[in-house]
Design a protein around this ligand. Structure first.
Ligand code: B4P
Length: 190
C-alpha cells in the first residue's frame, strides 16, 4: 500500500500536485481542507464551527480533522493507498494517523515536503483569491496568519517523519510539471 503525506505551507501546491498523483498512482485523495469546505457548503454544525476558524486563518481542532480522516479510512477499505493533503498539520494529528493506519495493518510510506518561500506563497494565494471565492485567500493579513500557524504548529510535523526516516524535501518553485516529476521520482524510490 502506498500512503503518501504531501506537506508544505499554505499555497505550496499540495492540492495541485495531488490531482496529478491520484491519476498516476490510483490513490484516494484525502484533503482535510476540501473535506472541511464540503462541510461548510452543506451547512453542517461542524462546517459552521470550522468556517469561523478557517476564515481567520486558524487551524481547526485536532479532534475534528482526526474524526473526518478516520471516517474516510473506514469508508475506503479496499483502497490501493492514500494521499494525505493538508493532514497531518500538528504532531498530535501525525500520532493519531500512525495509530489509525496501524489498526489497519498499514503505515505511512513517506512524507514529501514542498519548499516555497513566503513571498511566493503570498502571491500565489492572493492570485487564487481573485477567482476562488475562498475568504482565506483574499486577505494578506489572513494569509500571513496561515503562514504563522504553519511555522508554529505544522512545521514540527516534519521532525516527526524525519525521526522515522520517512522525510524528503523538494523544491516547490518551478513549473507544475517539473515539480510533479520530482515527486514521482521520490515515490518510485520507495
Ligand atoms: P487547505 O485547503 O489545506 O489549503 P492550502 O494550504 O491553501 O493549500 P495547498 O498547499 O493545497 O495549495 P494549492 O495547491 O491549492 O487549508 C485551508 C484551511 O483549512 C487551513 O488554513 C485550516 O484552517 C483548515 N485545515 C485544513 N486541514 C487542516 C488540518 N489538518 N488541521 C487543522 N485545520 C485544517 O496551491 C495554491 C495556489 O498556488 C493555487 O492557486 C495553484 O494554482 C498555485 N500553484 C500551485 N503550484 C504552483 C506552481 N508550481 N507555480 C505557480 N503557482 C502554483
Amino acid at each position: 500500500m502506498l500512503n503518501l503525506v504531501l506537506f508544505g505551507p499554505p499555497g505550496a501546491g499540495k492540492g495541485t500536485q495531488s490531482q496529478n498523483l491520484i491519476e498516476k498512482f490510483g490513490l484516494i485523495h484525502l484533503s482535510t481542507g476540501d473535506l472541511l469546505r464540503g462541510e461548510i457548503a452543506q451547512g453542517t454544525e461542524l462546517g459552521l464551527e470550522a468556517k469561523k476558524l478557517m476564515d481567520e486563518g486558524t487551524l481547526v481542532p485536532d479532534s475534528v480533522v482526526i474524526g473526518m480522516i478516520s471516517n474516510k479510512l473506514d469508508a475506503n477499505k479496499d483502497a490501493k493507498g492514500f494521499i494525505f493533503d493538508g493532514f497531518p498539520r500538528t504532531v498530535a494529528q501525525a500520532e493519531a494517523l500512525d495509530e489509525l493506519l496501524a489498526s489497519k495493518q498499514s503505515a505511512i510510506s513517506g512524507m514529501i515536503a514542498l519548499e516555497v518561500n513566503d513571498d511566493e506563497l503570498e502571491q500565489r494565494l492572493l492570485k487564487r483569491g481573485e477567482t476562488s471565492g475562498r475568504p482565506d485567500d483574499a486577505n494578506p493579513e489572513v494569509i500571513r496568519k496561515r503562514i504563522k500557524e504553519y511555522n508554529d504548529k505544522t512545521a514540527p510535523v516534519a521532525g516527526f517523519y524525519k525521526n522515522q526516516n520517512k522525510f524528503t524535501s523538494i523544491n516547490g518553485i518551478g513549473s507544475i510539471e517539473q515539480i510533479f516529476a520530482s515527486i514521482v521520482s521520490v515515490i518510485e524510490a520507495y
